[in-house]
Design a protein around this ligand. Structure first.
Ligand SMILES: Nc1ncnc2c1ncn2[C@@H]1O[C@H](COP(=O)(O)OP(=O)(O)OP(=O)(O)O)[C@@H](O)[C@H]1O
Length: 348
């Protein structure tokens, strides 16, 4: 394993921000740390970067402990959310900063800066100052500066979150292109599940200072282990065992053994089929249809409450239509109801 974080614990006074967190990053892998605000993502990134100290556990790079190595000796590249470029230096000076400290010659530095500007698709801005660039351009330069010194690990802390949607999507593609071209093992913090799904080889989903599930984007989206992960990874219809028994008994075939209140059925909106049913066999009514460009999202009232259904292409029905719902048993994932347990355990 290239980077191993083993039982990392971090407390702030009485508050435990990270509770025995273990993660792994392989050589060349793009890993996203995903979770809601305050779950401990940045805390973990800062520990790996050497910007704060562990209260327990280890961080190993290629088997060697990093704990006593100060941040500047770890050889990592970091990009933060807010553009952290030096405002009084040109783009070329910003990118060349780390190289200069290492005593790189002027000609080599100029060559490398030009190469990096090509890589981030901004070949003509070497002599500009950060204030003369857009937010997206500044983040490209911050990325170029982070990779200038051939880092052993690239750490990205919400690098896209200050940008508007279109620039964010563009830069997302650029980050992936740069990471794939150079093969730098990368850890990116994000609270945006779509971003994590689009970029990561592996997603590590966190909540309340612990890792709740780690796996490929497909694993987390299609095979969430808990209700929290199912809900965090996108829209899901969550049905109790009782509701499934009443409305879709065929889905019980895949239900694991155990008490009714421990699991819920997760159905993604695109896994539910709609068939117009004018003949009286209908089991649901279409309440609303939103046009989302590439798909349509339908709100359906069923015997077990409202469900969200998504279809590509033309809508198979109109608002008010009566329909039947079709769900293939294999489309249903049974997940542990961690939310119900949390509610039951909370003193309030
Ligand atoms: N220096 C600190 N002192 C006290 N509490 C802190 C400190 N830094 C972080 N925390 C707390 O630790 C928890 C985890 O913070 P962290 O910044 O790691 O979360 P995050 O998942 O990165 O969230 P966000 O997406 O909002 O940045 C939060 O509840 C935060 O308030």
């Amino acid at each position: 394993m290239y980077l191993t974080v083993r039982n990392a614990t971090k407390t702030y006074g009485p508050f435990t921000a990270l509770d025995s967190v273990s993660i792994e990053i392989e050589q060349g892998e793009f890993v996203c740390l995903l979770g809601p605000s305050g779950c401990g993502k940045t805390t973990l990134l800062r520990l790996i970067a050497g910007l704060s100290r562990l209260d327990g556990g280890d961080i190993l790079l290629e088997g060697a402990a990093l704990s006593d190595l100060p941040a500047r000796k770890r050889g990592f590249g970091i990009v933060f959310q807010s553009y952290s470029l030096f405002p009084n230096m040109t783009v070329a000076e910003n990118i060349g900063y780390g190289l200069k400290i290492r005593g790189t010659s002027r000609s080599e530095m100029a060559r490398r800066v030009a190469e990096l500007l090509e890589l981030v698709k901004l070949p003509d801005v070497a002599d500009k100052y950060p204030g003369q660039l857009s937010g997206g351009q500044q983040q490209r330069i911050a990325l170029a500066r982070a990779i200038a010194v051939d880092p052993r690990l690239l750490l990205l802390d919400e690098p896209l979150s200050a940008l508007d949607a279109k620039v964010r999507a563009e830069l997302r593609g650029e980050i992936l292109h740069v990471q794939r071209t150079l093969g730098i093992p990368t850890l990116m913090v994000t609270h945006d599940q779509e971003e994590a799904l689009a970029l990561a080889d592996k997603i590590i989903c966190m909540n309340h200072g612990v890792v709740v599930q780690a796996g490929t984007p497909e694993d987390l989206y299609q095979r969430p282990k808990t209700r929290f992960v199912a809900e965090f990874m996108g829209i899901s219809n969550l049905l109790s065992t009782d509701a499934v028994r009443r409305a879709f008994p065929a889905l019980l075939a895949t239900r694991p053994e155990g008490p009714d209140d421990r699991v819920v059925a997760c159905l993604r909106p695109e896994q539910i089929g709609l068939i117009p049913a004018p003949d009286g066999s209908a089991t649901a009514t279409v309440r609303g249809i939103s046009f989302l460009g590439n798909l349509r999202r339908l709100e359906v009232d069923s015997a077990v409450g409202p469900l969200i259904v998504e279809t590509h292409g033309a809508a198979p029905c109109r608002e008010g239509d009566r329909v039947t719902l079709s769900i293939a048993p294999e489309a249903c994932t049974w997940v542990a109801d961690d939310m119900a347990r949390q509610m039951a355990e909370s003193p309030a």
